[in-house]
Each structure stands twice: as structure tokens, then as C-alpha cells.
Design a protein around this ligand. Structure first.
Ligand code: TXA
Ligand code: MG
Length: 342
């Protein structure tokens, strides 16, 4: 969907006036505010119900704009930006003096990303500054991948929603920390680990010493309906059990139905990981509305191409565990949230 110049100008004017604007990116929809206006940025936290202290991504037009937000651009970060911007990669860099602690959660780093979606790019060009934007969902919920999802999540809390149709990628960006001298993967996404390694040679995995990233709290990205993640054999057994018990379940799986289920309760998911990622959140939203008591999801292959999807599904399942739900057959996770790394 192409940007409508009048709507873009209206959106840029709202941002200048300190209002919130939701806009499409190639990953998911963002809830944007003028990154240079702390009062406007504070409205994001109120609209989302997001606890203060959870840092936001500043969206930029490209590499040149990082100068205003990062006090250093380590060589690895420059190479990654040159390779993947505009696109679904977020770089966590040493923050410039001017970046408000409201954005960084009081940390000494700032997350920066140049999105590729033509509407996001048009908005950034028209506005001329950085746009702070988390995913445009209520805190802890599934990220929106369609304009209607944003309205469903945020209602009137957002002044304007720019409609760019369904997001191409469908999952949130890959996030890497680039403090200088190393690159650490904080959140898997469409830019894969090996694509990063091809550019910078070595990529570390996040551990307890890594910069905190609330998206890594395990209960994120969750539907309201309890969700269990099962391999195909366990899925078939669980479906049979639920049928016998007469409980209303829905299934998301890649193959043909494993058991006799009404067609509406069986969502056949794509076999390709990029197609799967594109529709995942929309499918979860539909199933969340379907009035079932549990969503059973077939686990995905343990390979790099599926890493970001596996990550989001594991978090959605963990949220069910957190609610103390009967997730028998789901590979027993603890009932507690994995705490943020300090
Ligand atoms: O694809 C995306 O990244 C979408 C679109 C709108 O750009 N945005 C998004 O934002 O997913 P959000 O706020 O839902 O997730 C951003 C993640 C959070 O987990 C946050 O903790 C992390 O980025 N983050 C932001 N600033 C950080 C920092 N300085 N250090 C470590 N993590 C940071
Ligand atoms: Mg989010």
C-alpha cells in the first residue's frame, strides 16, 4: 500500500504536536511519538499500559540519522546497518547525550532502527526527526500486523492509525547490542543469526549480563487464550483427549488435520517460515476470538529459519503456564516468568 501524502502530512503534524500516531512497518505496526519530546513519549507508556523503564526503539530514516542519537557508531554496527537497513534489524548503541531517559529506560544505550515500509519511510521523511515506537499493542499482548488490530488494541488512545495493509514480515525486528568490539543477539527476527555472522564474523548469544530487553521476558507475545506447544504426536493425543472431554480447542499446525476436528478449529499453517511468520499473529488473534478454551500449536522445526517463530511461540506458551493453566503435554515449563536480565 502506497503512502497518501495528505495522511502522511497529517500524521507528521500530529507527531509535531506531541500526539501519538500508529504506523505500519515491515515487521509489525508501531505506536509512534516524537522521540525528542519526552512528554509525547510518556503518552506511549500510558496508551500501552507499559511499565516505565522498558526502553523503546527510535525509528530513523537511515544511517546518517544515527549521529543525532548514538554517541558512537562501532564498526560492526555500521556494517550491519549498511547491510540490513532499511529493514528488520534494530541496533542497540551507546546513547547520545540528548536521548531522554524516558526512551532508554535510564540505560546508557539506545535502540535504533530504519524501517523499510514505504509508509514508515514517508512518515520519517515528512516528520524529519526520530520516532520512538514500540509495537502498537497493549503491554504483553500480541503485536498488531494489521491496522484493525491496532484499533482493537488501543482504541482512541491513538490519534491516527496509518493503514498499510498486512505487515510483510509479521514478527518484530531482530535486535542486536553493538557496544563496540562485539555483537550480541538480544531478540531473534527476520534477519537471521547467520546473516549477521556473514557481515560481522562473530555473534554472541544473550546471557544474564546482556542489556535487558523486556521483549525477552518469557510471557510476552501472548493471546488471552491459554496456548500449548506440542510436537505432532503429542498434538494428536491431546486433540483426542480434548474431544473425549468435550472441550473446545483450536489447533494451529502445518500438516493435515491429525484427528477429526471441525475445519474451523483447524488452522493449517504455511510450510515456509517466512509465510508462517507473516500470518502467525493474525491467526492467533482470530483463534483468541473463537471462544475456545485452549489453543494447541504444533511445534516448529528446530532450525535457524524457524528461530524467531519458535521464540515467539515459546513465550506465548509460557504465558499460559504463568496463568497456571493445564498445559499437560507441553514440555513442562516453570510457572514463573523468566526474569529480565539485569
Ligand atoms: O519490529 C520492531 O522492532 C517493532 C517495530 C514497531 O519497529 N518494534 C518493537 O518494539 O517490537 P517493542 O518496544 O515492542 O520491542 C522493542 C524491544 C524491547 O524488548 C526493548 O526492551 C528492546 O527493544 N530495547 C529497546 N531499547 C533497548 C536498549 N537500550 N537495550 C536493550 N534492549 C532495548
Ligand atoms: Mg512489543
Amino acid at each position: 500500500m502506497l503512502p497518501d501524502p495528505e495522511r502522511i502530512e497529517q500524521a507528521a503534524a500530529l507527531l509535531r504536536a506531541g500526539e501519538l500516531v500508529a504506523f505500519p512497518t515491515e515487521t509489525v505496526y508501531g505506536l509512534g511519538a516524537d522521540a525528542a519530546n519526552p512528554a509525547a513519549v510518556a503518552k506511549i507508556f500510558a496508551a500501552k499500559g507499559r511499565p516505565a523503564g522498558h526502553p523503546l526503539i527510535v525509528h530513523l530514516s537511515g544511517l546518517a540519522a544515527t549521529q543525532a542519537w548514538a554517541r558512537a557508531l562501532p564498526a560492526e554496527a555500521r556494517r550491519l546497518a549498511e547491510a540490513f537497513w532499511p529493514g528488520p534489524l534494530t541496533l542497540v548503541l551507546p546513547k547520545a547525550e540528548r536521548v531522554s531517559p524516558v526512551i532508554t529506560g535510564g540505560q546508557d544505550t539506545v535502540a535504533l532502527r530504519a524501517p523499510a515500509h514505504p509508509i514508515a519511510r514517508a512518515l520519517l521523511a515528512a516528520f524529519g526527526g526520530g520516532i520512538a515506537a514500540p509495537s502498537a499493542n497493549r503491554y504483553g499482548r500480541i503485536s498488531p500486523t494489521r491496522a484493525g488490530d491496532v484499533r482493537e488494541e488501543l482504541g482512541d488512545a491513538v490519534a491516527l492509525v496509518l493503514d498499510g495493509g498486512a505487515c510483510e514480515v509479521g514478527l518484530e525486528s531482530t535486535i542486536v547490542a553493538c557496544p563496540g568490539g562485539s555483537v550480541t543477539l538480544l531478540r531473534p527476527g527476520a534477519v537471521s543469526r547467520s546473516q549477521l555472522v556473514d557481515v560481522v564474523g562473530c555473534v554472541l548469544d544473550a546471557d544474564a549480563a546482556s542489556p535487558r530487553a523486556p521483549g525477552r521476558v518469557r510471557s510476552h507475545y501472548a493471546p488471552r487464550t491459554p496456548l500449548a506447544l506440542l510436537d505432532r504426536a503429542a498434538l494428536a493425543a491431546e486433540v483426542a483427549r480434548a474431544r473425549t472431554a468435550g472441550s473446545r480447542i483450536a489447533v494451529m499446525a502445518r500438516g493435515d488435520p491429525v484427528a477429526d476436528l471441525p475445519a474451523s478449529a483447524w488452522r493449517r499453517m504455511p510450510d515456509s517460515p517466512s509465510d508462517y511468520a507473516r500470518v502467525l499473529y493474525a491467526e492467533l488473534r482470530e483463534l483468541d476470538r473463537a471462544g475456545v478454551t485452549r489453543i494447541l500449536v504444533e511445534s516448529v522445526p528446530d532450525s535457524e529459519a524457524w528461530a524467531a517463530i519458535a521464540d515467539r511461540l515459546a513465550r506465548a506458551a509460557a504465558a499460559g503456564d504463568n496463568r497456571g493453566v493445564d498445559a499437560r503435554g507441553a514440555h513442562g515449563r516453570g510457572a514463573e516468568d523468566v526474569p529480565e536480565a539485569p
